[in-house]
Design a protein around this ligand. Sequence first.
Ligand code: UD1
Length: 456
Amino acid sequence: MICGSKNKSYLKSQNLKIFGQGKLNGRIEISGAKNSALVLLAATLLTNERIILENVPRLTDIEKMRNILKNLGVNILDKNNTLEIDSKNISIKELPYKLVNRLRASFFCIGALLSKFGEAKVPLPGGCNIGLRPIDEHINGLKALGAEIIIEEGIVKAKIKDKRKKLCGTNIKLKCPSVGATETLIMAASLAEGRTIIENAAREPEIQDLCQMLNKMGAKIFDSGKEKIIIDGVNKLGGCTHKVIPDRIEAGTFLIAAAATSSSITIYPVIPNHLEAVTNKLQESGSKITIKGNSITINGKEIKGVDIDTAPFPGFPTDLQAPFTALMTIAKGESKITETIFENRMNHIHLLNKMGACIKLNKNVAHIKGVKTIKGMDLVGSDLRSSAALIIAGIIAKGNSNIYGLEHLDRGYENFESKLKMLGINIKREFKKRTLNDEEYKVNSETDEIPKFRAA
Ligand code: UD1
């Protein structure tokens, strides 16, 4: 029997077979950041000149974004992890639903298209099944910059109002520090007339990466990484070469996997201060962390229960909440994990309980009593980071596990199983000849309570 959600999209024919009670050992290279690369690809729409983007991870989400750009008329040359992007021949300002569906970041193109071409039509976004994920902050900000926006039959139609040629700089105060909205508005404001000030802006490293690339392209953006970002609009943006920052979430996932198996590994290259909240919690839970230049070494020891509350950067990232919960299942003592960013990001809890964990879930707060061991099972991941959590659980567990739902994992972790294999984990991808039917899945009734979400 396979336990998982009732969503038929996971009925795929691949799974990861994990032989439990593994240990990690060695050095592993961290890929470029998915969330940075996605928004940097959107930002290439702002110029007619060539952008060379280095360290782009090979992921299905990136592939989807590339297809969206290609569909707009963008020419992309691919050399390993480097993309040469030429947006000078864009002919369409409309993103088709079938390409945008299930890639939330594609919505972030709206700011760049609107600002450069004066109009854009973008379907409401898809993405991970982790909550409602509204776009009001994007829409309100664009309206404040002088856009007229209507939503018709699931399409957001935006154009610069009053027959003006450019958006108009203004003061915007975000109600919540949304990463995506901050990125949309930075791109829109970079070609607007005059100064835009975004208050309560998100401070995530991916935003700083976007601003660094835009500034190389000739933008005038000040104080990225702070709560108040200032953007002086320019007439035109040019080409540049830019290297995507290392993926702090992938890095954190490997550190957590090492802690969970009392292993020692070194990850590189990373920007250690992007991971401070995570390394602090790992230290508090008993691991030894050594930072040397752009590498972090972890020596996993006995695991102690610690509490975490997810929070916008520099707080503990919501994207690592699920993997950290997997670690806490076998910690000594109790821990409390509070998800504060997304309302439906606890999909992994009932599956970890099936493996023998002792977790009580009260809305978005998980109370965990550490157990000595958990047992291997067949499970279905239902979103990107909960899939990573299940894989960590499978590595810790006694016995073997088969993890399904790899379409989520492949969205966000480059060569995950090969990297784990290189670190000594006995793991392999299996391809079944047929798709499993409903009978072979034991659908867990708890998942029926998950509210409907628009993102799917
Ligand atoms: C990005 C990341 C995602 C990460 C998240 C939070 C990408 C591609 N994805 O997602 O991996 O988990 O940041 O760090 O970069 N909100 C509103 N109105 C809006 C927009 C957001 O209320 O218009 C709310 C959301 O419902 C959520 C919170 O703000 O509760 C944070 O969302 P946001 O920061 O926008 O996440 P994303 O940019 O979608």
